[in-house]
Design a protein around this ligand. Structure first.
Ligand code: PMP
Ligand code: GLN
Length: 383
């Protein structure tokens, strides 16, 4: 089965075609450190532009280990870090290294759009455990019900795209306990680990179950440079080696000037990361306030730069995809339907909004969404 074009690509294309404000695909329009751009330019013009080592530049592997020691108290050796071309490649290499034909991988739905296609591409089957609003947690009994003798891994995403929720202590404890009891690996997609807009700190399952967790990170999110596609896997040395075996025939390496610049970015002081989190928190609050005053019902968001809006509770009688298509074409604002993250093609009543935008963009986006909310779409021809 060929997956269709991703919802992010579709919506950004429609946003360009209709000259709409793009609150769909997740990318910031502010927040990247000028020093890291300068480091990248310097590394291109005066650094090494030939193949770097397959597992990544030693400088970046050291920087990733040091970053997680400093920010998350993880005790890591640089040998445990494999640099990949974005978290997407890290996911592909991790899934391919743990699951094959006849195997199953547990995913939590809503699930990031790449997960199920990558599991299927490995020849394995995704098995979904539902997360439900408003807190989007799974308990031990729901996860247990999904485990079979064919289960090889649980793929967790915390903080979670698209909901902005974080796996709480009970969900993390259940995953770790069940993974140990059934000898499963935990693939933990933590790309949003530093985009925190709530009070709770990020907790990696790697801290709880270092012997069986493959942790995935992305400089695209950490340094607000989504187009750079520099990511990594961090795991116990034997697991990291298994992932490296897959990485070598996916992309083999990642552009060394970008790796060099990211290594410098990860050494930015804690104050820079705190200030960036503050900027995203203010952006979330600004968009949320403008939408709430326009009659929207929003769900809480504490991680990632996404906010979810509840269509029915906001008085809108369209499904998520109907609303998103109408909004981008007729109201000049792009959003992402939650259904794109659900197995099959279910209609859902929620849309995802990206708030990592400058104030002027947020204000314009909110006023268009508010107008869209007031529109009587049932009376509009062609819908
Ligand atoms: N995982 C999740 C949960 C994401 O939200 C994203 C991108 N937003 C990715 C992986 C992909 O990251 P990258 O761009 O580094 O490949
Ligand atoms: N991860 C980004 C999002 O959730 C988009 C990545 C992509 O376009 N594939 O919006």
């Amino acid at each position: 089965m060929q997956p269709g074009t991703t919802i992010f690509e579709q919506m950004s294309g429609l946003a360009r075609a209709h000259d709409a404000i793009n609150l769909g695909q997740g990318f910031p329009d502010f927040g990247w450190p000028a020093a890291v751009l300068a480091a990248g330019a310097r590394a291109i013009t005066s650094g090494d532009n030939q193949y770097p080592p397959m597992r990544g530049l030693p400088e970046l592997r050291r920087a990733v280990a040091a970053f997680y020691r400093r920010r998350q108290g993880l005790d890591l050796d640089p040998d445990q870090v494999i640099v990949t071309s974005g978290a997407t490649e890290a996911l592909a290499a991790s899934i391919l290294s743990v699951a094959g034909p006849g195997d199953e991988v547990i995913l939590f739905a809503p699930a990031y759009d790449a997960y199920a296609p990558l599991v299927r591409r490995a020849g394995a089957q995704p098995v979904f455990v539902d997360l439900a609003p408003p807190d989007w947690q799974a308990d031990a009994s729901a996860i247990t019900a999904a485990i079979t003798p064919a289960t090889r891994a649980i793929l967790l995403n915390t903080p979670h795209n698209p909901t902005g929720a974080m796996a709480g202590p009970a969900m993390l404890a259940a995953i770790v306990q069940l993974a140990r009891a059934h000898d499963l690996l935990i693939i933990s997609d933590e790309v949003w680990e530093e985009v925190l807009t709530g009070a709770e700190p990020h907790v990696s399952p790697l801290a709880l179950a270092p012997e069986r967790t493959i942790k995935i990170g992305s400089a695209g999110k950490l340094l607000a440079l989504t187009g750079w596609k520099v990511g990594w896997v961090v795991a116990e040395a034997g697991l990291a080696e298994r992932v490296a075996q897959m990485h070598q025939f996916l992309t083999f390496t990642t552009p060394p000037p970008l790796q060099q610049a990211v290594a410098e970015g990860l050494a930015l002081p804690d104050a820079w990361f705190a200030a960036t989190q503050g900027d995203f928190r203010r952006a979330r609050d600004r968009l949320a306030a403008a939408l709430a005053s326009g009659g929207w019902t929003l769900l809480p968001s504490v991680g990632s730069y996404f906010l979810m809006a509840d269509l029915a509770a906001s008085g809108i009688g369209l499904s998520d995809s109907e609303f998103c298509m109408a909004a981008v074409a007729r109201a000049g604002v792009a959003a992402i339907p939650l259904g794109a993250f659900l197995p099959g093609t279910p209609a859902s009543g929620f849309i995802r909004l990206c708030f990592a935008k400058r104030d002027t963009v947020l204000d314009a986006g909110a006023s268009r969404l508010n107008a869209a909310r007031r529109t009587d779409w049932a009376a509009m021809p062609g819908l």
